[in-house]
Design a binder for this molecule. Structure first.
Ligand code: NAP
Ligand code: MG
Length: 521
């Protein structure tokens, strides 16, 4: 594989280099040649095999068994925590510069393995090539971002005021200990490797439990950490059910902190369960979204339609930041709908490793079944203006049509429930205050978009919308497409537990506890 580095971001993916396509396609061939392999867990620097395995079937084609993964037991999860505990003194005791160097090496290995990781990710979860390349590179960038944050701040070792020349007062940050990372299926690189990398560079030791749908990307990350020189026990990888290995980890008294990314229900369950320990312990929970776009009668409707289409249907609507609700001014609704329909008709759905397909399949069988239930409900209670059906012709996978719904009464629960599928509901409003009230009337507050060419409206919207990540007039994505360092990314309300965002100034500190040290001569 080429050592050449491509700098991939969501914004530069618009005009990719042709070589990028060749390298990706060669990697797809290699990925398919590896179908059916058996993958271990990784505990205390050793491969671990469980009594049972599960098949990872590709949603792209249900005949493709990508690999056999270990169905970890409670004991495996406990052993992983014990290994992380044993490794903590040595890893946290190393000079921070060494941890930074090792984690930068890990980020570089991820970038070196970009194409193989992305090709496998496309097949693993149905992400199109550019999105998969973006996810892998974002993983490396999140790790680099947090290495830079440690370095720029001298590992958060600061001098405090001193009462006299005899007093030497400092504030330092120290790692907590054993950190569990539980990751979702939709960004299997960035949301596993990002938090794991942050926890590690801060000096914690880690147990990673990825989503059952995406163990393969997590295995590639495990290899990168191992090959970069993260010592035995400092990083551990367990696979299997959330209800078995996941639950064991969150029940464990010897875990010091958790980063969870996933649904609201599981996130709240984790927060409550973890609070049952003897001492308070931190949980960074990044949860769901029900992200609105408001389109004023002063909007550029071409920008609005493109932005909504990309955010509603990119990754099959399975981004936490997906645009699932649209409030459009009644005077421009007809025009907006036409533009949105025209763009949506052009979307090609199919094997996401094929260049022409922008949408791949839904992630798994339950998502595919949910889609059909939602479509029936929406057809009954609203007007399905486009889509609403499964696409058997697109291939032997979980293919569904992008779906636009109109005239759904605003008290219908699907205005509030995160469907996590390529379904967007659209309604009109008469005045902006009404649109704002509706946009804010959900448990979630992750991302939001606004389209208007009027400066006073823009400032009003920024002042009043309740969400952590805001975009104005963004045609590349009305509510999606954050990149570390460019957009901080974190949710308000039911979308996040900390009020602090990833890929930003305040993130890495959450993996450490403060200590003040006063020494008197
Ligand atoms: P999910 O169903 O909540 O699962 C997330 C993780 O939790 C998986 O690893 C899952 O394991 C594990 N889990 C399930 N039950 C558990 C338990 N009792 N104890 C411990 N762990 C348990 O989420 P998903 O379907 O993978 O991802 C989609 C969700 O993530 C959406 O709601 C989306 O909005 C959200 N999300 C949020 C952000 C953000 O930054 N705010 C980013 C991405 C995604 P199994 O897979 O084995 O069940
Ligand atoms: Mg789920």
């Amino acid at each position: 594989m080429s050592k050449e580095r491509f700098k991939v971001t969501y914004s530069t993916l618009a005009t990719p280099d042709p070589t990028l396509h060749e390298l990706y396609e060669a990697a797809v061939v290699r990925a398919k040649a590896n179908f059916g392999k058996v993958y271990p867990m990784f505990i205390n620097g050793e491969e671990r095999f469980a009594d049972k395995t599960f098949d990872k079937v590709s949603p792209v084609n249900l005949d493709w068994v990508m690999g056999k993964f270990q169905f970890g037991s409670e004991q495996d999860a406990q052993d992983a925590v014990a290994a992380a505990r044993a490794a903590f003194p040595a890893w946290s005791g190393r000079p921070w510069q060494e941890r930074v160097a090792i984690m930068r090496k890990a980020a570089d290995l991820i970038s070196d393995r970009l194409f193989d990781m992305a090709a496998n990710m496309s097949l693993e979860i149905g992400k199109n090539r550019l999105e998969a390349l973006g996810d892998v590179e974002e993983t490396a960038d999140l790790i680099r971002y947090n290495c830079d944050a440690i370095e720029k701040n001298n590992n958060f070792n600061f001098t405090l005021l001193s009462e006299s020349e005899r007093h030497h007062n400092r504030s330092v940050l120290k790692p907590y200990g054993v950190w569990v990372v539980i990751s979702p299926f939709n960004f299997p690189g960035a949301l596993a490797g990002g938090p794991a990398g942050a926890a590690l560079v801060a000096g914690n030791t880690v147990v990673l439990k990825p989503a059952t749908d995406t163990p393969l990307t997590a295995w590639f990350l495990t290899e990168c950490f191992r090959d970069a020189g993260v010592p035995a026990g400092a990083f551990n990888f367990v696979t299997g059910s959330g209800r078995v290995v996941g639950q064991t980890l969150i029940d464990h008294p010897d875990v010091d902190g958790i980063t969870f990314t996933g649904s609201y229900d599981v996130g709240m369950h984790i927060i409550r369960t973890f609070a049952n320990g003897k001492q308070p312990r931190p949980v960074i929970a990044e949860m769901g979204g029900k992200n609105p776009a408001i389109i004023s009668n002063k909007a550029d409707l071409d920008k609005a339609a493109l932005g909504v289409m990309r955010s509603a249907f990119g990754l099959q609507g399975q981004k936490c930041s997906a645009c699932s609700r649209v409030y459009v001014h009644k005077d421009v609704k007809e025009q907006f709908m036409q533009k949105l329909l025209d763009l949506t008709r052009q979307i090609k759905v199919g094997d996401p490793t094929d260049k022409e397909n922008w949408m791949g399949p839904a992630a798994n069988k339950s998502a595919y079944e949910d889609y059909q239930k939602f479509a029936a409900d929406l057809r009954k209670n609203g007007n399905v203006a486009y889509g609403g059906k499964v696409l058997d012709d697109a291939g032997n996978g979980y293919y569904v049509a992008p779906t636009i719904v109109d005239n759904l009464p605003h008290d219908h629960n699907l205005w509030k429930h995160e469907m996590f599928l390529p379904i967007v509901t659209v309604t009109e409003f008469e005045d902006l205050d009404e649109a704002m009230a509706k946009a804010n009337d959900v448990e979630y507050g992750l991302t939001a978009g606004f389209f208007s060419e009027a400066d006073d409206e823009i400032q009003w919207w920024l002042d009043n919308i309740e969400a952590g990540v805001l975009y104005v007039n963004r045609e590349s994505g009305a509510t999606t497409g954050a990149w570390p360092g460019y957009q901080s990314f974190g949710g308000w309300k039911g979308s996040g537990s900390t009020g602090k965002a990833a890929g930003s100034f305040y993130y890495i500190q959450q993996y450490m506890k403060e200590q003040s040290q006063t020494i008197v001569d």
